[in-house]
Design a protein around this ligand. Structure first.
Ligand code: PRP
Ligand code: URA
Length: 210
């Protein structure tokens, strides 16, 4: 599991996560921080994207220099809260396609319920980057990876801002072949399935719905 999971330990990310956790942080700042943290994480999570040498004519000479290969990249946020991370990753790979998977947790059972799924047609050939700020029980993440794999995808990275140990265990056991990136690993889940200490309900805080 160690090689499959990256937990970020970086002062810039930790600082921004602390502001996110603060119940007094309003939606505008919260949204901005989610996008910024996603971008900082993406810089590392995308370090294995394939490159190729191209010939470039500089003002001085002609040289061979690396550029990203044309491999397709598909960013797939889990609605709603994953939407907050899209801008940060798109700022790194602006030509990426964006698909959407709509899931919400049933408040009683905590099991994910699907309500929307629209993915790029050629997603089976893409490097998929699944986004959801919260990995709690792991039910939503496992269901989202199931959908994507059912469409033939093999290369999947999952990025979350805050993860509970329970969610990391469930996702890595269900899908040992995907790469998981978490800005931070919290202590546990509470009796309502919320991450402790966490940051509350990410969707509500991003969209100001509570
Ligand atoms: C939150 C979060 C994840 C899910 C995590 O979404 O954004 O999708 O809960 O919980 P899990 O790991 O236990 O499945 P929520 O269901 O609250 O929907 P929302 O984004 O529409 O608010
Ligand atoms: N979903 C959230 O938004 N927050 C949690 O703590 C758990 C699930």
């Amino acid at each position: 599991m160690e090689n499959q999971v990256t937990i970020f330990d970086h002062p810039l990310i930790s600082h921004k996560i602390s502001i996110l956790r603060n119940a007094a942080t309003g939606s505008k700042e919260f949204r901005e921080l989610v996008a910024e943290i996603a971008m900082l994480m993406g810089y590392e999570a995308l370090r294995d994207l394939p490159t190729e040498y191209v010939e470039v004519k500089t003002p001085i000479t002609t040289t061979k220099s690396k550029m990203l290969t044309a491999k397709k990249i598909a960013i797939v946020p889990i609605l709603r809260a994953g939407l907050g991370m899209v801008e940060g990753i798109l700022s790194l790979v602006p030509t990426a396609k964006v698909g959407h998977i709509g899931l919400y947790r049933d408040e009683e059972t905590l099991e994910p319920q699907e309500y929307y799924c629209k993915l790029p047609t050629d997603i089976d050939k893409a490097q998929v980057i699944l986004l959801d700020p919260m990995l709690a029980t792991g039910g939503s993440a496992v269901a989202a990876v199931d959908f994507i794999k059912a469409r033939g995808c093999k290369n999947i990275k999952f990025m979350s801002l805050i993860a509970a140990p329970e969610g990391v265990k469930r996702l890595t056991e269900a899908h040992p072949d995907i790469q998981l990136y978490c800005a931070c690993l919290d202590e546990k889940l509470n009796e309502n399935g919320y991450i402790v200490p966490g940051l509350g309900d990410a969707g509500d805080r991003i969209f100001g719905t509570k």
